[in-house]
Design a protein around this ligand. Structure first.
Ligand SMILES: C=C(OP(=O)(O)O)C(=O)O
Ligand SMILES: [Mg+2]
Length: 403
């Protein structure tokens, strides 16, 4: 029923105005799925490789499309993704591009769901997930800098975390309220701010002032809505790390690895942080383990560039106690099957999964379904801006059974 009839690929715009790969998958019985690849700016060194879109499209047309059309069923995601790996033949999708691979993988999942007449989250997660489904808490980027905005904070993301929200919709609106409260506080302080790549405010303030502002904004909204709102960070520390000198550079301030662990532990306690992503460099398993040992009982230490959604890197992290959560970005690894494997390995070992967007995004909503399908604890997909609200609004619809 779900035998793939055709796969078409094209170049479309992403939210940064860059080209990206979009895939359409059509099955012989008329099922249809469309998906587009996102793109990172602070990419991890060990991610699967994104090729220039026209190269990725040409390579996928030559190697992957002939293996899929008339041969593979879109409803069998493992077969689709195995065909993509076989067509590529490398460890990092450098032949057909992780951007072509992930677009086809996600489009096939939607075509499969379409034929079966099931919502995507149910097709991916199975019917028993539906019976007992819990919703991810959305982490909303409200202040940011790093690689996502010039002349702003060194820490890449300050994330509102409405952990006490009674529903996903209330959580989504609370994050929007925190975003608005940050704007008010900035205006009160006479600080002008544009927005960064993910729609977070990107003021030219020190990290210390950003902590003050986000702390105040989350407290204000917490008082107004009456449920707990904490906040968290994506430090994206690999971007701050100078490997030759062995120090983290926050402008003129330098921290050794030991000082970085100490600094992160202090921030966790001073601000009761709910979440800290990539607090250390992507090669520093020891530093991650040290920090997790110190504060992992009261916050999530999450590996993004550290794990790159890769089960081998995650296995090492589990063995070494390097984190207690993992960021899941399908395009870091190239297929939904690989992303699922990473979630399952993490959850079997007591780590939380956090499904995530990229800084360069499209209107694609697959990650909202992936987060629900896997029972992920959190989803990080921004706060405002059409490519971010596409996912947040889809979560609201899924909760209402309106997809
Ligand atoms: C979303 C992120 O940014 P990018 O997509 O630029 O890697 C991140 O680092 O978690
Ligand atoms: Mg990150």
């Amino acid at each position: 029923m779900t035998l793939i009839e055709s796969v078409s690929l094209r170049r479309v715009l992403d939210s940064r105005g860059n080209p990206t790969v979009e895939a359409d998958v059509l099955t012989q019985s008329g099922g249809f799925g469309r998906a587009a690849a996102p793109s990172g700016a602070s990419t991890g060194e060990y991610e699967a490789l994104e090729l220039p879109p026209m190269e990725a499209i040409a390579a996928a047309r030559e190697h992957a499309v002939p293996r899929l059309e008339g041969s593979v069923h879109a409803g069998n995601q493992r077969d689709v993704d195995a065909a993509l790996h076989a067509a590529d033949g490398t460890e990092d999708f450098s032949e057909i591009g992780a951007n072509s691979a992930v677009a086809i993988s996600m489009a096939a999942s939607k075509a499969g769901a379409d034929v079966l007449g099931a919502p995507l989250f149910q097709h991916l997660g199975g019917t028993f997930r539906d019976a007992d489904r819990s919703f991810p808490v959305p982490l909303g980027n409200v202040v940011g800098g790093g690689e996502h905005a010039a002349d702003a904070t060194h820490i890449q993301e300050f994330l509102s975390a409405p952990v006490g929200a009674p529903s996903v919709a209330e959580a989504v609106f609370a994050n929007a309220d925190v975003h608005a409260a940050v704007a008010e506080i900035l205006a009160d302080r006479g600080i002008a701010a544009a927005k960064g790549d993910e729609g977070a405010w990107a003021p030219a303030v020190s990290d210390a002032e950003a902590f003050e502002i986000v702390d105040e904004a989350t407290s204000r909204v917490e008082d107004a809505v009456g449920f707990e709102i904490r906040f968290g960070l994506d430090v994206a520390a690999s971007e701050l790390y100078d490997a030759d000198a062995g120090v983290y550079r926050y402008g003129d301030v330098e921290r050794t690895s030991t000082e970085q662990v100490e600094y992160m532990a202090e921030l966790v306690d001073e601000y009761d942080l709910a979440y800290v992503e990539d607090p250390l460099d992507e090669d520093d398993y020891d530093g991650f383990a040290d920090l997790t040992d110190r504060v992992g009982d009261r916050t999530l230490i999450c590996g993004d560039d550290l794990f790159v959604t890769n089960v081998e890197r995650l296995s090492r992290g589990i063995d070494e106690g390097a984190a207690n959560s993992i960021l899941i970005k399908p395009n870091q690894i190239g297929t939904l099957s690989d992303a699922f494997d990473a979630v399952e390995l993490a959850q079997r070992n007591g780590l939380d999964a956090v499904v995530s967007h990229r800084s360069g995004e499209t209107e694609d909503t697959t990650i909202a379904h992936l987060a629900v399908a896997t029972g992920a604890s959190f989803i990080k997909t921004g706060t405002v801006g059409g490519e971010r609200t596409a996912k947040l609004n889809e979560l609201i619809r899924i909760a209402e059974e309106a997809v």
